[in-house]
Each structure stands twice: as structure tokens, then as C-alpha cells.
Write a protein that binds this ligand. Structure first.
Ligand code: CIS
Length: 209
């Protein structure tokens, strides 16, 4: 059994629109995973991601028929808040959430690709650092980068991380990585589609926190 296999993202339709409800159902399983990682430092990240999901869900629940896709929400907020947009509402929450999702994508892809520190093969710091540099670092000032350094030190061992993805069961590494690769297919297309939508709508911001 695998957490990832239980919570696979759905395949996107040809127009690459992301169904809001299906997306919210899929990402709602992510925050609980942080509790398996075994350090309090992850609660900061969990709460940030939880906040993003709650905000998007709050907008969606106001009118599910109007907000069928994530793009419906972003476009509607562009019309409703022309002065503040895109630094407002669910548009802002999704802007940050997608960065966290990209981080997870690159981390899992790096593990699946076999990136390793040959001197410390049971650490995932090279994989975590790669994900951080590509997905998040440019949006972080030095204080938040320090939080990252603390999270890096607290990162679980590779074997424990793969075990957590396998719901605590001892599973052969190759089987676990096969699940990771399978999970990444629809997950990656969904994250790519959200990035593409933000690019097309000129909704991306590059301020640092
Ligand atoms: C395993 C080791 C992991 C190490 C992780 C290191 C990550 C980097 C740590 C950075 C610390 C971030 C602390 C928070 C910083 C926030 O200030 C920043 C900006 O926040 C935004 C809010 O979100 O600020 C805005 C205002 O400017 C708004 O307030 C916004 O909120 S709003 O709009 O909603 O009100 N936030 C960030 O920088 C985002 C940080 C995201 C970090 C993601 C890290 C993910 C780590 C994942 C590790 C585990 C991998 C799990 C793998 C698989 C998961 C399986 C899950 C199972 C379910 C699968 C189904 C999908």
C-alpha cells in the first residue's frame, strides 16, 4: 500500500483545465503527511499549506457551480479585485500552494531519478536542496532561508521517508519508487498546468517573504 497510490491526481482533460473539486480533494491529503516526518519544524510548513488550501476551498464553496476550474477562480478574482490582483484571495493562495507542490514534485522526481549523495546514501538532503533551489529559494529572504536550513537538518532518512510514503510498511525501495513514478505522471501535469495558467494570465509575482 502506498499513500501516493491512494491519493493519485486525476488525468487532466485535453484543454488542461484543473477541476477545482478534484484538485482540492487531492491536495487535502498532503498536510497530514507532515505529521509522519517527525519534527516540529514541519508544522510551520504544514500550517502554511493548510492555510492555502483552506483559502481556495473557502472561495470555491461560496459558489461551486461558478468555480468549476481553478482558472475560473483566478479570472473571477481578477475582475473582482482589479487593484489588488493577483496578490489577493485564492489567487495568492494558489500562487504559493503551487510552489509547494512544485517542491514536492522535484523532490519525488529526484528520488525516483536516483539522485544521491554517495557519501551519505541514506540522506535526502541533496534531493531536498535541489527541490528548494528550483521551486522556492528565489521567493525567500534570509530569515525564511534559515527555516529551510532547519528543515533540511530535520529531514528524515531516505529509508524512513520511503517507509512513510508506504504507510509505515517495509516495502522494497524499487517498489516504492515505482509508485512514486506512477504518482508523478498526473501530479506533474497538474502542477505544470497551474504554472502555465499563471503564466498565461500574467498572475505570477516574484516578491520575496
Ligand atoms: C522532507 C524534507 C522537507 C524539507 C522542506 C523544506 C521546505 C522549505 C521550508 C520553507 C519554510 C516555509 C515557511 C513558510 C513561508 C511562508 O512565509 C511562505 C509565504 O507564504 C505565503 C502564504 O502561503 O505568504 C502570502 C503573503 O505573502 C500569503 O500569506 C500566503 O497565504 S494565503 O494566501 O493562503 O493566505 N510560504 C512558502 O514559502 C511556501 C512553502 C511551501 C513549502 C513546501 C514544502 C513541502 C515539503 C514537503 C516535504 C514532504 C514531501 C512529501 C511528499 C509527498 C507528499 C505525499 C502526500 C500524500 C498525499 C498525496 C496526495 C497529494
Amino acid at each position: 500500500m502506498s499513500i501516493l497510490m491512494d491519493n493519485q491526481f486525476k488525468e487532466l482533460p485535453p484543454d488542461k483545465s484543473v477541476d477545482t473539486k478534484l484538485f482540492l480533494d487531492a491536495v487535502s491529503h498532503i498536510p497530514a503527511f507532515f505529521d509522519c516526518l517527525g519534527s516540529k519544524v514541519f508544522s510551520i510548513i504544514k500550517s502554511d499549506i493548510n492555510g492555502n488550501i483552506t483559502k481556495i476551498k473557502g472561495v470555491y464553496m461560496k459558489d461551486p457551480a461558478k468555480y468549476v476550474t481553478l482558472e475560473d477562480i483566478v479570472v473571477s478574482e481578477r475582475e473582482a479585485y482589479p487593484a489588488e490582483w493577483p496578490k489577493v484571495g485564492a489567487t495568492l493562495a494558489l500562487m504559493w500552494l503551487k510552489r509547494g507542490l512544485r517542491f514536492i514534485q522535484i523532490l519525488l522526481q529526484s528520488l525516483a531519478d536516483g539522485d544521491r549523495d554517495e557519501n551519505n546514501p541514506n540522506l535526502i538532503r541533496v534531493n531536498v536542496t535541489k527541490a528548494y533551489e528550483q521551486a522556492l529559494k528565489r521567493y525567500h529572504g534570509w530569515i525564511v532561508q534559515k527555516v529551510f536550513n532547519a528543515a533540511l537538518v530535520a529531514a528524515p532518512y531516505r529509508s524512513n521517508f520511503l517507509k512513510a510514503l508506504s504507510k509505515g510498511e517495509e516495502v522494497k525501495e524499487e517498489d516504492c519508487l515505482a509508485n512514486v513514478r506512477q504518482f508523478l505522471v498526473n501530479y506533474t501535469s497538474t502542477v505544470d498546468a497551474i504554472y502555465e495558467m499563471y503564466g498565461n494570465l500574467n498572475a505570477e509575482l516574484d516578491y520575496t517573504v
